[in-house]
Ligand binder design. Structure first.
Ligand SMILES: [Zn+2]
Ligand SMILES: [Zn+2]
Length: 97
């Protein structure tokens, strides 16, 4: 497993945890709900590995998730990685050329 895959695994673990605690957060009042909302927003950041996915355009990321891309990672299993519009486009061009 590479460092990047380990980071990816950690992030997806975090996302799974957020889904698990969401019903608890709803029951526990506004403070916890706010935390869950912040975590949810954090999850919707672009998690593109720009240096690996589109090395020719590493500066384009604007961080705002607009879509997800499905990967079958050997170390992590199937994951849906949030992507911003510039990264999704850059990945498309990186793979098309
Ligand atoms: Zn990117
Ligand atoms: Zn991006």
């Amino acid at each position: 497993m590479t460092v990047e895959e380990a980071v990816e695994a950690f992030r997806n673990l975090g996302a799974a945890l957020i889904e698990t605690i969401r019903p608890l957060a709803d029951a526990a009042g506004p403070y916890v709900a706010q935390l869950a909302e912040a975590a949810r927003r954090h999850r919707q950041r672009c998690l593109c590995l720009c240096g690996r996915s589109h090395p020719a355009d590493t500066g384009v990321c604007d961080g705002e998730m607009v879509t997800t891309r499905h990967y079958d990672s050997p170390g992590v299993g199937p994951v849906d990685v949030p992507l911003c519009a510039p990264c999704a486009t850059a990945q498309f061009f990186a793979e098309a050329t």
